[in-house]
Design a protein around this ligand. Sequence first.
Ligand code: FES
Length: 274
Amino acid sequence: MFSILENCMLVPNVHMMTVYAPDVAKSALPGQFAIFRPEEEGERIPLTLADWNAEEGTITVVYLNVGRSTAKLASLKAEQSLPTVVGPLGNPLEIERFGAVLCVGGCYGIGSIYPIARALKEAGNTVISVLEARSSFLLYWQEKLNAVSDRLVYLTRDGTRGKRGHIGSLAEIIRTLPMRIERVILNGCNYLMMRGSQETLPLKIKTIVTLNTLMIDGTGMCGVCRVTVNSQTKFACVDGPHFDGHQVDWAEVTQRRKAYLQEEIIPLRTTRPQ
Ligand code: FES
């Protein structure tokens, strides 16, 4: 069993959980994920590691309360425990000295982009972090990201913080920067990663996305996380989760992500007050 040290809502619907999982913490690398299961018979939820502390043996994830299983996860309190935390899984993100790198995070991706920005900064890159949200009250971890970034850019749909716009404004933001961006890393929902990749394609900037497909085993055996990248079949858990955003078959990713949407939503309709 894995003890929960903290489980709180950061901003509406976006939660943060810190768990004692020393074996995961001691070998975690930026861009890897862990599979969480909130109850013995429950769904296995892959969540990108948003932070970890090898000395204290803790890992932290940021997740969206979006369906039955994540609602169950969000309902757990500190000092309760989880039956399953498996990780670290997936390949770490390639971290090198690229030059200037744009790290874009939206929703739960603001959390998962943090260790990536930190590692890129430590590797000597100029890091520009872009935080995207519908409104300023949905932003979080600004101080943490500011500490590992050379510049922080806010992008809100209602214009309450930073530039007014959405991920479709990414090319415009890049054009206004005083340096050549060598690489873009996109973390967040599929739409953010797909739309962001469309923005960087005409600019010819290498763009890496972290796919958040459905998963069961997370070790390449079940095939649930199948994606098509550059016309080749890949498994997000063992071949990824990081792929070239310009080569991902986004229509397929979107379609497969929705496979159990009704099963996720129907129990919430019957258990939550209308
Ligand atoms: Fe089963 Fe990837 S989760 S193959």
